[in-house]
Each structure stands twice: as C-alpha cells, then as structure tokens.
Design a protein around this ligand. Structure first.
Ligand code: S3P
Length: 454
C-alpha cells in the first residue's frame, strides 16, 4: 500500500516514529519554511514581559519549549495572548514588576527558559520564586549561572549545593559585575545581561569565544543601553534600563533548517529551497561546516528583518567529504552537531569533532547518545570526552533506536533513517515537538510518494 507516505505510530504506550525508505526513487523536493527561531522566540516573550507597553511577535515558535516560557511568564502576571496563527501579543509589565507567583515555575525541558529567567527573577527585590524543570533539566548544571548571580548578590538555594533545579530564589537588589565567563554560552551571557539590566551601573560579560548574540540585538532594539566590544567578546549593559514594547519578526530557525540541509545533501536527486532562515553569523557555523564538506548550498535573497539577517537557502544533493570541527566554530553550530554527525556518516573520510564537551550536558548526553544509536544502525563512531570521530562511508541499516527524549536526537535519527536500508523505529520521537512540531508533516510534504506504509 502506498497511500501513507510515512508511518507515524503514536500510541499511549509507544511514541514511535517508524521510517522505511523505498528501494529506489526517494528524493526531497520543494519549497518549505521552518518554524520560528527558538532562541529568538524565548527572548521576544521575556523582553516583551519586561518592557513597557505592547510587544507584537510575528512567527513565534509554537513549540513546547516556548510554551514553557509563556506559561512561566503568565504565572508571573504577564498577559500573553495568541491573536492568530502568526501573531502573539505580550502586554509588558515594565522592568521590575513581575508578580510573585503562587506556585513553582516549571521550565519543562528548556534550559534557555530556566537560565535566562533566573537572571530576571533574582533581580526582583522582595519576591520569592521557586523554579524547576523536567527530569532532563533537573540534571543539567545550573552553577554556570548561579555563581555569577551570587557574585551580584543574588540569594539562590537549591539541590546539590545549589547546582541543580529545583531552585529557590529570594529576589534582591543586585550589584553590577564584570564577569569573565569560562565558557562561550549565550545562556550564561544572557542571564547576566538581564540581571545587569535590572541593576544599577555597568555589568559586563566577557566570553572566550562569541556565542549567539540574539539577546544583544533584541535588548538594543527594545531600547536598553548596551555596548559591544567585538575584539574582546565583551558586552556591557548599563542598568537600570528602560525597555519599550516592539514588533518582533522571528526568522526561521537555522537549527531546524539544518535537518533539511543535511537530508537534501545526502538523499540523491534532492533539491530544496528553505525560505526565510535566520543567518545571524553567530549561528551559521553549520553552513561553514557544510561548505568545508563540499555540500551544494547557496544563500539567496539575503536581507535584514527586525535586526536579524535572513535568507533563503537552496540545497541540492552532493557527495560530501570529511572535515574537522573544533575551536571557535563549535559554539556557532553546537545545536547542529547531532545532525552533522549524520552528514559525516555519508562523507568520504574521517570527520573529527572536538571541543564540544558541552554536548554532554544538553537535553541528553548528545555525544554518547549519537554514538550509541547511530552505531546500532551500523555507523562507525567513536566517542571522545569532548567530541566524536566518524568514519564515513559505512552503509546504515534500519533498526530500533531511541531519542532519549531529546528533540534534536530524534530528528537526526529520522534523517539517518532516510538513507538506511530496512525499517528504522525511533522510540520517544514525540520529543520532536519541543522545537519542531511540523517536522513530520514537512518530511511527508517534501518526500512525495517516496515512503511505504507498513
Ligand atoms: C541557547 C544557547 C545555547 C544553545 C541552546 C539555546 C540560547 O546554549 O545550545 O539550545 O537560546 O541562548 P548555551 O548557551 O548553553 O551554549
């Protein structure tokens, strides 16, 4: 039977996605767009909440992580309403006016929600907050933001020596800080900048390499007093700031586009146009890596919308060669390493990824999970403490694999399955809804009649 293009099984007991490619003739074709950028979506809701007046957000990502941010800020007294499929309105309370919630704030699976929110909440004098997350987020390290906030005078207590959520916060008047961050992390940088926005004086964050700069761009657009030193990777904010509500147009998420960039590159005969993708240079490491690998990608129709660069990406099938990824490139493609690992399986030669130990503390241990799950399918991947070695050119054979409840792992395994013989069953694929609820329907759309139902 060829009626169903892809067999998506979702039952109460088993959230599996099963994929079997046809013996021949599969190619990915068409024009698509991807959902709104997740990092920008979180920030638009948060800055909208802290601003005076109304913020209109166009193209907000309607994924579970962003719903977590919306529900936390609603519990803090902010009115957030969805006007239609495209537009969300935030009624800002003005700086320092979030209300004490009556219950625990739950950030779900979202590290960005929890870490950025900590910077905001700790700077609300006289109010008490408790924050937590799901079982994955409760395992993730929080000291990277707790320590600098404590240096600013924050009162935070939590599990395991205040390194893990749940955390309890007694809001304080904070003092400014010059923080030399040991890691290139946009979550750390943004958390401190938000705390600095609400403190009196100059707060500076200096990072060892440049992490994504969406907070800086959006704070500037909302009227904060910000200066950037590109030589030293430093940002200074002068508080207390005043934010004014804005219209934010959220570009398509390059981290979501990455799945299609690699899918079309590895599936013979493919030709896709991905429209309206954010190409902020702090996020385009994936394009640089794929260029090193000799992928066939062109950047068309470049423009600047609401302070963020956007383009359409044309990708055609091409044979790939291995590459080495390390150093300053890593923070600019950190979320794309799972799907890049899939690309490397289909490249000539051995790809080496280093300096990426951060992957071990993402939604899952992405180094271990990618190596074990793809090796189950026949890949030749070796783990390093801080990366992976992938020997390209080994064919994949479908089998049972597990996402470990990690959205980017689940989608990477789906793309790997497109080039595997036999059937691949991806367990716990429902995690995809964290960042890309339309992923499977887009796959059906671009794969035409290529898939066989069971
Ligand atoms: C994010 C920053 C990155 C990234 C995460 C989103 C953000 O994390 O991996 O998915 O929106 O600030 P780190 O800042 O921890 O590197």
């Amino acid at each position: 039977m060829l009626t169903s293009l892809i067999n998506l099984k979702i039952t109460e007991h088993q959230n599996n996605l099963t994929i079997q490619r046809p013996a021949s003739g599969l190619s990915l074709q068409g024009h698509i767009s991807v959902p709104g950028d997740k990092s920008i979506s979180h920030r638009a809701l948060m800055l909208g909440a802290l601003a005076k007046g109304e913020t209109l957000i166009q193209g907000l990502l309607l994924g579970e992580d962003v719903y977590s941010t919306a529900s936390c800020f609603r519990a803090l007294g902010v009115n957030i309403s969805q006007l239609n499929a495209q537009q969300v309105r935030v009624q800002g309370l003005g700086l320092g006016n979030l209300q004490e919630p009556v219950d625990v704030l739950n950030a779900g699976n979202s590290g960005t929600t929890l870490r950025l929110m900590l910077g905001i909440l700790t700077a609300h004098p006289g109010r008490f907050f408790t924050v937590t997350g799901d079982s994955s987020l409760r395992l993730r390290p929080m000291s990277r933001v707790v320590k600098p906030l404590q240096q600013m005078g924050a009162t935070i207590l939590g599990r395991q020596g205040t390194t893990k959520a749940p955390l309890a916060i007694q809001g304080q008047r904070l003092r400014p800080l010059h923080y030399y961050s040991p890691m290139a992390s946009a979550q750390v940088k943004s958390c401190i900048l938000l705390a600095g926005l609400m403190s009196e004086g100059q707060t500076t964050v200096t990072e060892p390499a440049l992490s994504r700069d969406h907070s800086e761009r959006m704070l500037d657009a909302f009227g904060a007093n910000l200066s950037i030193d590109r030589e030293t990777h430093s940002v200074t904010i002068t508080g207390p700031g005043h934010l004014q509500g804005q219209t934010v147009i959220v570009p398509g998420d390059i981290s979501s586009a990455a799945f299609w960039l690699i899918a079309a590159t590895i599936v013979p005969g493919s030709n896709l146009l991905i429209k309206n993708v954010g190409i902020n240079p702090t996020r385009t490491g994936i394009l640089e890596a794929l260029s090193l690998m000799e992928a066939n990608i062109t950047i068309e129709n470049q423009r600047l919308i609401a302070g963020e660069p956007i383009a359409d990406l044309r990708v055609r099938y091409s044979s790939l060669k291995a590459c080495e990824i390390s150093g300053d490139l890593v923070p600019r493609l950190i979320d794309e390493i799972p799907i890049l690992t899939v690309a490397a399986i289909f490249a000539r030669g051995t790809t080496v990824i280093r300096d990426a130990a951060e992957l071990r503390v993402k939604e899952s241990d992405r180094i271990a999970v990618m190596a074990t799950q793809l090796n189950r399918m026949g890949a030749k991947i070796t783990e390093f403490p801080d990366g992976l070695e992938i020997i390209g050119g080994t064919p994949l054979i479908g089998t049972e694999v597990d996402s470990y409840n990690d959205h980017r792992i689940a989608m990477s395994l789906v793309i790997a399955a497109l080039n595997a013989t036999d059937k691949t069953a991806i367990h716990r694929a429902e995690a995809i809804a964290i960042s890309y609820p339309e992923f499977v329907s887009t796959l059906k759309h671009i794969s035409g009649q290529g898939f066989k139902s069971q």
